[in-house]
Design a protein around this ligand. Structure first.
Ligand SMILES: [Zn+2]
Length: 127
């Protein structure tokens, strides 16, 4: 049981440098919760909110959505490519309308999800 939604807690989104930054956009939580329920198994948040210092350290782009609490890098016990496919299907079905961008990192086996506005051309093109 999470304190942000049924399955997610603020602690999972805290900046990994220990600074305490954990201001998450509710639309991101709503999106992840829908994905979680469709997945039927836990999603792990590898990276949620990042402060500017930590974002630089991990090589994030300067305008990263992680800085705004609008992005999460997620993984599960299955292949990231399968998770990506699930997210695509949910978006096409109108289940996660706030999705702004998604990217599969096949080699590192995680999926970046964010609720940026305006949406990226990728996601807008799926409509
Ligand atoms: Zn930090």
């Amino acid at each position: 049981m999470g304190d942000l939604s049924k399955n997610f807690s603020r602690a999972e989104f805290e900046c990994r440098c220990g600074c305490g930054s954990a201001k998450v956009d509710p639309l991101l939580i709503e999106t992840l919760q829908t994905i979680r329920e469709a997945a039927g198994i836990p999603l792990r948040v590898n990276s949620g909110v990042r402060c500017p210092e930590h974002n630089r350290r991990v090589g994030g782009v300067s305008n990263s959505q992680h800085l705004l609490g609008k992005a999460a890098d997620i993984t599960w016990t299955g292949k990231a490519a399968t998770l990506y496919a699930l997210i695509y299907t949910l978006y096409k079905a109108g289940e996660i309308p706030h999705l702004g961008y998604v990217k599969l990192y096949r080699g590192k086996n995680f999926v970046h999800v964010d609720v940026r506005t305006p949406k990226s051309n990728l996601v807008a093109g799926w409509e």
